[in-house]
Design a protein around this ligand. Structure first.
Ligand SMILES: *Cc1c(COP(=O)(O)O)cnc(C)c1O
Length: 389
């Protein structure tokens, strides 16, 4: 049994996007291009984490990233063998999944360092971790200007090995914001702190007067999709694209890469209705029209992640034409104005994707309702079947 509204996930487009990013990095920074951390958090931006992760592995990805331990454990259960970095804070999580799932935690608070150290000691294991530096996002991470005070305890954790140091940009998609460059410089100073003077790998702890050896030279990463596109100085040892993998470019940036959208959201017309002059459509009876209209009813609504603000703002494609979404988006259906189009029940509808020469992409849909493409993709509901091809 399958409902008429389905999301088709083109795994060859995903793999091709991954390779195009790798090729671009290789071309722009040979002979030692940065590696990639393929971001598959939030069910791979709504595309289905297990299938997406395994396809990325086939395309050559050796390190994936997810939001929390639960997502990491789900990736392992789906058969993922690549490294898995967990971005999120761990202070209120059950930590067993780190060990059972062979996950790499991010340590971004002193409390997380203590909790993970204690768990590793209990498991009698050594654990590699990535250290997060807060260079201006003011969300997670050790503040860039307090490292000499906060890091000694973390670096001295007997069961924890520092594998990488990273930060995250707050304004990579805003070319006007000076914070991006400030964050880059703060990060570079922080790296010098962590690595110790002149690359000795010794972290100087002035408070105690002791030198704390950093177990081995950590590698570094910072760039999300927008940062990757805009500034090769922040590529460091690895880059962390998410949105680009799924074939969308974070607005307002323009793509320098030939990417293919991975998800197509389609449905079928389930009813066609004539509406008389002055009558409305759906809840609130909005869209009272000046003349007779024909509307097509499509079985997808806000329970499927289609935003109520699309009514009066967005369109769908039917018979190769744009049909404006009218009335109200309700829980399980929406209506599109198909006046003067020859539409019948059963006709194919494209909500995201192309039909004939026209295309509605997530960037367009997001712009129509004042949100970001990320939100559109992540909110595609669990009721919608993903079909992998
Ligand atoms: C989500 C996320 C990314 C990927 O961001 P995109 O804009 O989708 O490329 C990278 N790093 C961190 C820490 C993230 O949370």
């Amino acid at each position: 049994m399958i409902r008429p509204t389905v999301a088709r996930i083109d795994l060859s487009a995903l793999k091709s996007n991954y390779r195009r990013i790798v090729d671009y990095l290789a071309r722009e920074r040979s002979p030692n291009p940065p590696g990639v951390i393929a971001v598959v958090k939030a069910n791979a931006y709504g595309h289905g984490a297990g299938q997406v992760a395994r396809a990325l592995e086939e395309a050559g990805a050796d390190l994936l990233a997810c939001a929390d331990i639960e997502e990491g454990v789900a990736l392992r259960a789906a058969g993922v063998r690549a490294g898995i970095l967990v971005f999120g804070a761990l202070s209120v999580s059950a930590l067993d999944g780190l060990f059972d799932g062979r996950l790499t935690p991010t340590i971004s608070t002193p409390g997380a360092a203590r909790a993970v150290q204690a768990a590793a000691a209990r498991y009698k294991q050594r654990l590699r971790y990535h250290l997060k530096i807060d260079t201006g996002m003011n969300r997670l991470g050790f503040r860039y200007d307090g490292l000499r005070r906060t890091l000694p305890e973390v670096l001295a954790s007997p069961n924890l090995d520092l594998e990488a140091v990273y930060t995250h940009f707050a304004t990579a998609d805003d070319l006007e914001s000076p914070l991006f460059n400030d964050q880059r410089l703060r990060f570079e100073r922080a790296l010098a702190d962590v690595r110790g003077e002149k690359g000795t790998g010794i972290f100087l702890a002035p408070a105690s007067g002791e030198n704390i050896p950093v177990p081995f030279s950590p590698y570094t990463h910072a760039a999300n999709s927008a940062a990757l596109l805009r500034d090769s100085r922040v590529w460091y040892d690895r880059v962390r694209p998410g949105l680009l993998l799924y074939g969308a470019v974070p607005p307002p940036l323009a793509s320098t890469l030939p990417l293919t959208p991975v998800m197509t959201l389609g449905s079928r017309v389930v009813a066609v209705k004539g509406v008389r002059r002055g009558e409305g459509v759906g809840y609130g009876a909005r869209f009272a029209s000046e003349g007779p209209r024909t509307v097509a009813i499509i079985p997808a609504g806000y329970a499927d992640g289609l935003d109520v603000r699309l009514a009066g703002r967005g369109s769908v494609l039917i018979r190769g034409r744009r049909a404006p979404i009218v009335g109200a988006v309700s829980m399980d259906m929406l209506a599109a104005d198909v006046t003067a189009l020859d539409v019948s029940p059963g006709d194919e509808v494209v909500i995201i994707g192309s039909q004939g020469p026209d295309r509605i992409d997530v960037r367009e849909m997001a712009a129509a309702i004042g949100t970001i493409p990320y939100e559109i993709l992540c909110r595609i509901g669990s009721r919608i079947e993903r079909i992998y091809e």
